[in-house]
Design a binder for this molecule. Structure first.
Ligand code: HEC
Length: 137
């Protein structure tokens, strides 16, 4: 009886053995989850005015403010509690913020959002991002 139990236990253990997951041959590592995504940095001088605000936003703010980011997740909840549709959780869909408001939040931070220094995003870059996001007067 004891031997039978031992054999059964070994059979069970062998059945539970799992292979480590491997990437399909030649395909490289799997893509990062969406909340880690942000766009490539656009080319150009970081201190020069007039660069593409959308591209700069997607690079500097995208890891939190594109779909699936923690900023988007928190703001979606806030917007829905204020009676807005969930799409308003994406800053790019907002029409109620002024450029000055965007700049103030970025430099000072707001609740769960940490302040962004001029190393994170230069004044010239922030001007472009603020005029892209700040659709209200
Ligand atoms: C580390 C993640 C993170 C980064 C990077 C980040 N944000 Fe945020 N942001 C947040 C979070 C989280 C909130 C929501 C704060 C709260 O209410 O708790 C937020 C809120 C905001 C708000 C306020 C929206 C409102 O309804 O009042 C603005 C504007 C904003 N972010 C702009 C930006 C811009 C522009 C950038 C890039 C320069 C940026 N954020 C980068 C996390 C981030």
């Amino acid at each position: 009886m004891k031997r039978l139990v031992t054999i059964l236990a070994l059979v069970l253990l062998a059945a539970c053995k799992q292979e480590a997951p491997t990437a399909p041959a030649g395909k490289g590592p799997p893509p990062p989850p969406p909340y880690q995504m942000r766009a490539e940095a656009p080319a150009g001088d970081r201190l020069a005015a007039g660069r593409d605000g959308k591209a700069l936003f997607e690079n500097h703010c995208g890891s939190c403010h594109l779909a699936g980011g923690m900023g988007t997740n928190l703001l979606t909840k806030q917007q829905m509690m204020a009676g807005q549709p969930p799409e308003k959780g994406l800053l790019a869909n907002r029409t109620d913020m002024s450029p000055d408001y965007v700049k103030a939040v970025v430099r000072q931070g707001k609740m769960a959002m940490p302040p962004q220094t001029r190393v994170d995003i230069t004044d010239a870059e922030l001007d472009s991002v603020a005029s892209y996001l700040g659709k209200a007067k």
